[in-house]
Design a protein around this ligand. Structure first.
Ligand SMILES: C[S@@+](CC[C@H](N)C(=O)[O-])C[C@H]1O[C@@H](n2cnc3c(N)ncnc32)[C@H](O)[C@@H]1O
Length: 199
């Protein structure tokens, strides 16, 4: 699966689609969650940092966690003295980072993780008391979103009620879904949500 993203990394930021998704996800997060400059945030599946670098100016620090070295290289190349995101190659489903965050954000990475229940248990374990999650992904789709094939795609979007149960079963409260964006492609329209919840 990391091969999929290693080969896509150099061209990942080209075009409007991913930038627009990251913008819409960011706008929803800041309108729903009070980000403060003492917060330590994880961006799960950060990729090239499209979302991370929007969050970074508003918080204390952002750690971009990913399993593609090439995507993380693109992220690191954007770091400056004024604004930086820590790039971290780590599989939180295999072992804990051994630290806790004030919040975990993520955009379009969850459908690449097979065991969603395990993922939310790890999110919960990596959060401080009263920490938040804000996770963006596709509403249920028919498998046509990924026009370059579905290798490494474990979920054709998510059913809200099933996902709500999964998130609540991991221990989260105040689970809320927010419609943020609609990707329009030749073969269909693909709505994206952000789900927020509290530890
Ligand atoms: C569709 S890309 C999204 C990247 C970025 N969030 C964005 O919006 O442009 C999904 C990313 O999740 C990463 N990923 C997939 N499974 C992961 C896992 N178990 N742990 C960390 N990152 C993962 C991939 O390497 C890839 O960079």
């Amino acid at each position: 699966m990391s091969e999929r993203f290693n080969s896509a990394a150099a061209g990942w930021d080209k075009g409007d689609m991913r930038q627009n998704i990251a913008d819409a996800v960011f706008q929803t997060i800041v309108s729903r969650i009070a980000l403060t400059n003492n917060m330590k945030i994880m961006d799960f599946g950060a990729g090239t940092g499209l979302l991370s670098f929007k969050i970074a100016p508003m918080v204390g620090s952002v750690v971009g966690v990913d399993l593609s070295e090439k995507m993380l290289e693109q992220l690191e190349a954007k770091n400056t003295d004024e604004l930086s995101v820590e790039a971290l190659y780590h599989d939180i489903l295999a072992s804990s980072l051994g630290c806790e965050f004030n919040g975990i954000v993520s955009s379009m990475a969850m459908h690449h993780v097979e065991d969603t229940a395990h993922l939310f248990r790890e999110f919960y374990a990596h959060l401080k008391k009263d920490g938040f999650i804000a996770i963006a992904d596709l509403e249920e789709e028919d498998g046509s979103f990924h026009t370059h094939g579905n290798e490494g795609v474990y979920h054709f979007g998510f059913n809200r009620e099933q996902l709500r149960n999964t998130i609540e079963n991991a221990g989260f409260k105040n689970v809320r879904f927010h419609e943020v964006y609609r990707v329009e492609k030749e073969n269909g329209n693909y709505p994206i949500f952000v789900v927020t919840a509290m530890k």
